[in-house]
Design a protein around this ligand. Structure first.
Ligand code: ADP
Ligand code: MG
Length: 322
């Protein structure tokens, strides 16, 4: 039976060759340097088995996603990701599982030059807490509170893919094999929009990542900025299977209230429109204007006939009544 130290050595510890990491894994704590003029951006997210992912998910996806959701939060702040810690609780030492988990985790970390600098390894029900740290130049972080009336509301990529995949996984909808393959990756391997977040600095007036559903998360921007929004449902960017689902579904708002998209929702003043178009082209990313910020609080959704749509459920809330 490998010891706790063996597990850390084998599955978690990797050489981190970065001047800002004075001391990584191995001492009582890590020692890190933040360059002058930069602010430290810190976030943490926990994934718990059977709450955030079902038991049968391949460990590689769990490792990937536990990091991806944190990098997505840094992206939403416009931060450059730098360091992460990993606190993991394991029911038993399953080396095949740990191998897969660590492949998913380190694969994504390496892609973004993020160093694992510490953590904790304990025994217990499977739970993974990742803390991610990054830098942003002083005064340049993207906040939820900066949206102003007249700003345009955008989202990146397409929304609802992960929600549809989850519904299919739970047996609530059926999908063709090809669609299922594509969408399940959107659920298990979301792309943190780091490059986009960095490039939105100086362009976006507010930004958030969509983890709990577009309506709920855009709602956070509206609340923090003390403004409202008008959304055109016809403009929402859907993949083909999601568009079909919306057409056939009894609840056409499903893609807006289901979480796990990890796209960015943000606002820009209208004079930045051209710069944003150039950015979308340069980064080869779909950016879609879905509505406008208004001064009157609240969110109004308009259907294709231009009529307002009544909204009831707004997103996922761990403590809310279902
Ligand atoms: P301590 O008992 O002083 O808290 P630990 O035995 O928990 O030390 O950890 C030893 C070293 O290994 C520390 O540097 C810690 O940050 C690191 N570490 C422990 N678990 C992990 C993990 N899952 N991922 C990365 N580093 C870890
Ligand atoms: Mg410890």
């Amino acid at each position: 039976m490998p010891s706790e130290f063996d597990i850390i050595q084998r599955f978690f510890s990797r050489d981190v060759d970065a001047p800002d990491v004075v001391l990584g894994i191995g001492d009582d704590a890590a020692l890190l340097s933040v360059p002058e003029g930069q602010q430290l951006v810190v976030t943490a997210d926990t994934l718990i088995e059977n709450v955030h992912f079902p038991e049968e998910i391949p460990p590689e996806f769990i490792g990937y996603k536990s990091l991806a959701v944190n990098l997505s939060d840094l992206a939403a702040m416009g931060a450059t990701p730098k360091w992460v810690t990993l606190a993991i609780s394991l029911p038993a030492v399953d080396e095949v599982w740990l191998e897969g988990f660590s492949r998913g985790f380190h694969g994504l970390a390496e892609r973004h030059h993020v160093g694992l600098v510490g953590g904790d390894t304990t025994r217990g029900a499977l739970s993974i807490t990742v803390q991610a740290m990054g830098w942003v130049p002083e005064q340049q972080a993207l906040l939820r509170s900066g949206a102003r009336p007249g700003d345009q509301i955008y989202v990146s990529g397409t929304i609802g893919d992960a929600g549809l995949a989850l519904s299919a996984l739970q047996g609530n909808v059926s999908l063709g094999a090809d669609d299922y393959q594509d969408l399940i990756l959107r659920l298990h391997k979301p792309t943190p929009r780091i490059e986009l977040g960095l490039n939105l600095r100086g362009l976006a007036s507010s930004c958030i990542d969509i983890s709990d559903g577009l309506m709920a998360d855009l709602g956070h921007i509206l609340e923090a900025s003390d403004v409202g929004a008008e959304i055109d449902l016809v403009n929402l960017p859907y993949s083909k299977p999601v568009a079909r689902w919306v057409d056939e579904s009894e609840n056409p708002l499903s893609p807006l209230v289901l979480g796990d998209d990890y796209e960015l929702a943000f606002t820009i003043p209208p004079h930045h429109q051209e710069a944003l178009d150039i950015l979308a082209h340069d980064l080869d990313i779909r950016l879609t204007q879905i509505g406008t910020i208004v001064s009157e609080p609240g969110m109004t959704l308009f259907n294709s006939a231009g009529e307002p749509v009544k909204v009831t459920r707004t997103g996922y809330d761990h403590f809310g009544t279902p």
